[in-house]
Design a protein around this ligand. Structure first.
Ligand SMILES: [Zn+2]
Length: 121
């Protein structure tokens, strides 16, 4: 077997930064929304998170922000944007809802807090 010599030092991460330190430099704060500016997946921002086992996995940016602000999201729940801006990561604009509630909201025309309209009047 190769690669298991004694005296090998464990691999260290070049950057010991916390999630917060890695996350916020990619956010552009406006008077209203805090917009994600780094990579995207579809309409949402994407951010790499590390789990307890040290593995990296992609998570949507607004869910990362929600978890940093409020804690874990209940399993299966979704994080809805009250401002209707899918790139927004401002915790005050986010709300965890059940998938059923999210579908119900998406089916209705809504007025975002910013005054923008979704759907027809
Ligand atoms: Zn917002």
């Amino acid at each position: 077997m190769e690669g298991w010599s004694s005296g090998q030092t464990p691999r260290r991460w070049a950057s010991p930064k916390t999630t917060e330190e890695r996350f916020w430099p990619h956010v552009e704060k406006t008077d209203y929304c805090w917009n994600w500016t780094a990579s995207r997946k579809g309409v949402y921002g994407q951010f790499l998170m590390r789990n307890a086992a040290g593995k990296w996995y992609p998570e949507t940016a607004h869910r990362v922000s929600y978890r940093m602000a409020y804690g874990e999201i209940p399993r299966g729940w979704e994080v809805d944007h009250l401002c209707l801006n899918t790139l927004c990561v401002r915790p005050g604009h986010l709300e965890a809802v059940t998938p059923t509630e999210n579908r119900r909201r998406q089916a209705q025309p809504r007025v975002g807090e910013s005054g923008r309209f979704r759907g027809r009047r």
